[in-house]
Write a protein that binds this ligand. Structure first.
Ligand SMILES: C[S@@+](CC[C@H](N)C(=O)[O-])C[C@H]1O[C@@H](n2cnc3c(N)ncnc32)[C@H](O)[C@@H]1O
Length: 262
């Protein structure tokens, strides 16, 4: 079977699953998630991150785009119940700065969220490892004056700026790659991080996982990223929760970390 045919089959299967999802009992959802996690683990072994996340987009791993773009970064990048509070909180935070900050958005995805933050920012650089998504953003958001770049944040140098945004990116990477990204954040003043965490605050943070579309929240033992905890131990001057939205049995937490420059 050709790659195109395989991709079309995956997209149709994904569309079918999306329709059924609201009617599936929790144990069926968990069974399917576990199977998908196992499959992704072997499928992506030895692949570059560009190949991995291109495949995630092509097969609708985060859902399917309703428009012609073909890129859909997930319901948590589109659901107004999740995106609106985020935009309100981050806009208020950035808008209160004495000058419009230079923003670097790492893993900007389909830019459905970034486009709403853009107005309160100075220069804006949007980076993603999926070249076709970057090119699509350049066309679709040509009027927003954003410098879209194809960058692998784990291996490439990061562009300069005041504020770095990482919204639902790191949880798709394994711990070793997260360490390399964090080692490059010192030049920024503030990191605005958004990730899922379990609702139960007694969870073990930072359990390792394979790269892919899935989240630590849905691993065999539910977990989530806490960058200030081991093994990452990110050094920060302050941490301020900007917003929290419950979703999918967890909470999507956005934190502004003032970085210590070390
Ligand atoms: C779930 S999407 C989130 C997109 C966007 N931040 C948002 O909140 O709507 C994760 C994005 O991170 C990108 N990504 C993952 N690993 C990356 C890497 N190493 N370098 C750059 N982008 C990466 C993926 O291609 C994808 O577009």
């Amino acid at each position: 079977m050709t790659t195109a045919a395989t991709s079309t089959r995956s997209v149709l299967a994904q569309r079918f699953k999306q329709r059924l999802k609201p009617f599936m009992p929790a144990w069926v959802l968990k069974f399917h998630r576990n199977r998908a996690i196992r499959r992704e683990g072997s499928l992506y072994e030895g692949k570059s991150l560009g190949e991995v996340f291109t495949h995630v987009y092509q097969t609708g791993g985060w859902g399917l785009a309703a428009d012609e773009s073909g890129f859909y970064s997930g319901s948590s990048s589109h659901d107004p119940k999740i995106v609106d509070p985020y935009v309100k909180a981050v806009t208020a935070y950035l808008g209160a700065m004495p000058e419009r900050p230079a923003v670097v958005d790492l893993g900007c995805g389909d830019f459905n969220v970034g486009k709403r933050i853009r107005p309160v920012c100075g220069p804006y650089i949007g980076c993603d490892v999926v070249d076709a998504a970057v090119q699509s953003n350049r066309t679709r958001f040509a009027d927003l004056n954003v410098d879209f770049r194809c960058v692998d944040i784990t291996t490439d140098p990061l562009p300069p700026g005041d504020i770095v945004i990482l919204r639902q990116v790191l949880d798709h990477l394994d711990n070793a790659r997260i360490v390399t990204v964090l080692s490059k954040l010192a030049p920024y003043k503030v990191l605005i991080l958004t990730e899922y965490q379990p609702l139960n605050t007694n969870f073990t943070p930072n359990l390792d996982k394979a790269i892919g579309s899935h989240l630590r929240l849905f691993g065999p033992v539910p977990s989530g990223l806490v960058l200030t905890a081991p093994p990452f131990n990110l050094k920060v001057l302050s941490a301020r929760i900007l917003c929290e939205v419950p979703d999918s049995g967890g909470v999507i937490r956005t934190i502004a970390y003032e970085l210590s420059g070390r």
